[in-house]
Design a protein around this ligand. Structure first.
Ligand code: NAP
Length: 330
């Protein structure tokens, strides 16, 4: 619903000595009749920009910030919101900040930049995929300033970010999660709380292990189909409706048909996530074959200069297997 529809109108009676004055005040109210939060979004990448647009559509977005400030200025001009260039100016006056930046060190530097300028009782929601340790670090640092924190990594790809249908897995204090819920609802469809700070990131790590196995299986299957000379478009449309299908097969096997792998979800970001999964499993004395083998494949692809391509580019390595075998048999 548009924010304008939530706007409440109130007439304020003034003291008798000012009786000729009539004051009108406009207070933006959310559907639950609580004042709407002034929300800022930091990190306008492939995910963050469409998520910020959905906050804008819900009438929640006050300002945006991005390390490369030209991106923030362009989005602010498009949406008609503010784009302060310093993190301190951005943080001041906001009730809540959502961030979606790349990796652990990036979240830590943004949180450190925000913390001194946030007002007491503000809320920080981190939608980046980082370690559970970073989530716990952020919660502690912000709690010292009476600011609440929720880790809220997302799944659903750029398409889910654009459509506002992300699955959002959260961790943190339950009351902080309830405050975050209306903000998250503007960006996602499936929103769940899993426990204390870091629980959202542990759930996301679980998801990233599945993604590794699935994208790898899709890539092997598509290279296999290609080697058999099958009509690949029909392979995708038919098997996409079969038992072996998945979100990745339906949405990313077409990249493999075209031999073009635009991000999407960059290889270097999934490699970062799998590094987190590997370290978390190692704390149990376990190494996970899907994680380790996918990390090795991503290392090869990054060394070949494909780190900024979508993870479906792992298909390159599977095709190379068949091409090498064909050469050997010539
Ligand atoms: P992206 O397109 O590469 O954008 C990264 C964003 O982080 C940019 O706005 C970048 O700013 C900012 N950033 C990086 N380092 C920074 C730093 N040190 N300080 C401040 N800002 C910094 O990445 P993305 O695909 O949007 O992913 C963002 C997060 O969502 C990652 O944690 C990723 O794992 C997660 N995620 C991605 C997907 C996906 O399908 N893409 C799906 C789910 C979750 P600049 O513009 O200045 O470079």
């Amino acid at each position: 619903m548009n924010a304008v529809l939530w706007t409440a109108f109130s007439l304020v009676a003034l003291a008798p000595d000012k009786s000729l004055w009539t004051a009108f005040s406009f207070v933006a109210l959310a559907p639950d009749n609580l004042p709407m939060m002034r929300v800022g979004f930091a990190g306008l990448g492939a995910m963050g920009a469409p998520m910020a647009k959905n906050l804008h559509r819900a009438g929640l977005l006050q300002s945006v910030w991005n390390r490369t400030s030209t991106k923030a200025a362009a989005l602010a001009a498009e949406l008609g919101c503010q784009s302060p260039s310093s993190l301190a100016d951005f943080a001041a006056g906001l009730d809540a900040v959502v961030l979606c930046v790349s990796a652990d060190a990036d979240v830590r530097s943004v949180v450190e930049g925000l913390a001194p300028a946030l007002r007491q009782d503000a809320l920080v929601i981190d939608c980046s995929t980082v370690s559970a340790d970073t989530a716990r670090w952020a919660e502690q640092l912000l709690a010292a300033r009476a600011v609440q924190f929720v880790d809220a990594p997302v799944s659903g790809g750029v398409e889910g970010a654009q459509k506002g249908t992300l699955a959002i897995m959260t961790g943190g204090d339950r009351a902080a999660f309830e405050r975050a819920r209306p903000i998250l609802a503007a960006m996602g469809k499936t929103i769940e709380h899993f426990g204390p700070a870091g629980s959202g990131q542990a759930t996301k790590a679980t998801n990233q292990i599945m993604c590794a196995g699935i994208i790898r299986a899709c890539a092997e299957a598509m290279a296999f189909a290609g080697a058999h000379g099958l009509p690949l478009d029909r392979v995708v449309s038919t098997l996409g409706a079969g038992a072996g299908s998945s979100w990745y097969f339906v949405h990313r096997a077409p990249n493999m048909v075209r031999g073009s792998y635009p991000a999407g979800f960059r290889i270097k970001l999934h490699a970062k996530d799998l590094g987190i999964c590997r370290d978390m499993a190692a704390r149990f004395g376990v190494s996970l074959p899907v994680v380790d083998s996918m990390l090795a494949e991503y290392a090869t692809l990054m060394a070949q200069g494909y780190g900024d391509e979508d993870i479906s580019a792992t298909h390159r390595l599977k095709q190379a297997l068949f091409e090498a075998a064909a050469k050997r048999s010539e």
